[in-house]
Design a protein around this ligand. Structure first.
Ligand code: PMP
Length: 421
């Protein structure tokens, strides 16, 4: 496909013109939060300036306009991942989406939503399988669900090169497995996981699949229904959209069977003082006033991504990842986490700088205008696995140029010498 012109794309992102510490900003922290193009910023602002109103049931013109924009946004964001509008539940982000799923299953496990939800109920001794490389958002909700239901949490291990051990996965996913939860792309390793294989292993035993698509949705073309995954989550702010909005995709039968998590206004059909009947999905999971402006901003963001094309974006980011790797491996004392030869990846590398704490390395880079993330990136067990408490993570997006990568590499090469190493 046609290579994209990242320098021209960067001009659509006002913040990328900022100077930081006297240097042009080189933003390599998109895995934490992406920057927003003018189109997404304007869409939310236009809504607030011209059509702002609470959606649904309003008797006035603005409410009708807002409802139309909000439901159009749902269709756009659902379409972005290959789904139908009714398969897309608005959330506040991936963390909320994963908690929604875990709490809904927890509710099914205590008999809520029965009989439709009975198939989702967990019993003591049932197994939830996740991986050893998850973000805490796709780990702790399952720990909590296991603790509440007596289910057992098991973890697919990773090889030293960061790829998942599929042989171990095939052994772990068995008759007792009810849920298999995994990330599409690790936010530390950048490797695209073999999700088709994981989904097939789960389907073989009839387990529910839950995918964290936070780090793939902005970088890879997704067709969630074609993948066959049951549930998947993503965050708007990582895909050029606003904070406070995200999506939970679900297969129709699965969403239909799930009891609600949050309850209250906007998710009911009839209510008495003692009882309530719930709307079908997606509204069943959308209690309370939704993030209407952010949803409209996110729709503009995914239209922007689609306008450029995910295949071109992926090709560009793969090229940046390769350029980063080629430079980093030449710098003495840099150890990449998850340097799997030939593994498909997004434009992200985490690394350890021998003898220098990640926070010091991050500050050194910041002084040169290079924004990276340091710490355990909400994946503490994965860092423990690599024998470090923290790493430096550089993550690129469609607006990063090869020049950005070269500035970054040049700065990284100065870290150890600066600390006398
Ligand atoms: N999963 C992954 C892989 C992530 O990278 C993140 C964000 N760092 C999350 C989940 C949580 O996303 P949010 O904080 O937007 O809910």
């Amino acid at each position: 496909c046609d290579p994209l012109d990242a320098a021209a794309i960067a001009k659509d992102f006002p913040i990328l013109a900022e100077q930081v510490n006297g240097h042009p900003l080189v933003y390599l922290d998109s895995a934490a939060t992406s920057q927003r193009p003018r189109a997404a910023l304007d869409a939310e602002r236009d809504f607030l300036e011209h059509a702002n109103a609470a959606v649904h049931r309003g008797a006035h013109t603005l409410a009708a306009e807002a409802t139309e924009l909000f439901e159009d946004a749902r269709a756009a964001v659902a379409g972005f991942v290959g789904a139908a509008p009714e398969q897309l539940v608005w959330t506040s982000g991936a963390t909320m989406g994963l908690n929604l799923v875990a709490y809904s299953i927890g509710n099914a496990s205590v008999g809520r939503g029965a009989p439709a939800s009975a198939g989702l109920a967990l019993r003591p001794g049932d197994e939830i399988v996740t991986t050893a490389i998850e973000h805490h958002a796709n780990l702790i909700p399952w720990q909590e669900l296991a603790a509440r239901t007596g289910a057992v949490l098991r973890h697919i291990p990773a090889h030293d090169d960061g790829t998942l051990d599929l042989d171990a996965a095939a052994e772990l996913i068995g008759e007792r497995t009810r849920i298999v939860a995994f990330t599409h792309v690790s936010n530390v390793l950048g490797i695209v996981n073999p999700i088709a294989e994981l989904i097939a292993l789960a389907q073989r035993v009839g387990a529910l699949t839950v995918m964290d698509a936070c780090q793939s949705a902005p970088h890879l073309s997704l067709d969630l229904p074609a993948l066959g995954v049951d549930l998947a989550v993503f965050s708007g702010h990582k895909m050029l959209g606003p904070y406070g909005v995200g999506g939970l995709y679900g297969r129709a039968e699965v969403l239909e069977a799930m009891p609600p998590f949050l309850t209250g206004g906007s998710m009911i059909t009839t209510v008495t003082l003692d009882h309530a009947e719930y709307l079908p999905p997606p509204q069943r999971f959308e209690a309370g006033t939704q993030p209407i402006g952010p949803a409209i901003g996110l729709a503009a963001a995914v239209r922007y991504l689609d306008g450029i094309g995910l295949d071109r974006i992926h090709a560009h980011e793969s090229m940046l990842a390769e350029r980063m790797r080629a430079g980093l491996v030449e710098i003495p004392g840099i150890r990449l986490l998850g340097d799997a030869a030939g593994a498909p990846r997004v434009g992200l590398w985490a690394f350890d700088v021998e003898g220098v704490h990640a926070h010091d390395a991050g500050q050194f880079l910041d002084a040169r205008g290079v924004a990276v993330r340091v710490g355990h990136h909400c994946a503490a067990p994965l860092h423990t696995r690599y024998g470090v408490t923290a790493s430096v993570r550089a993550s690129a997006a469609l607006y990063n140029t090869t020049g950005d990568i070269d500035t970054f590499l040049d700065a990284v090469s100065g870290i150890r010498p600066y600390f006398g190493l």
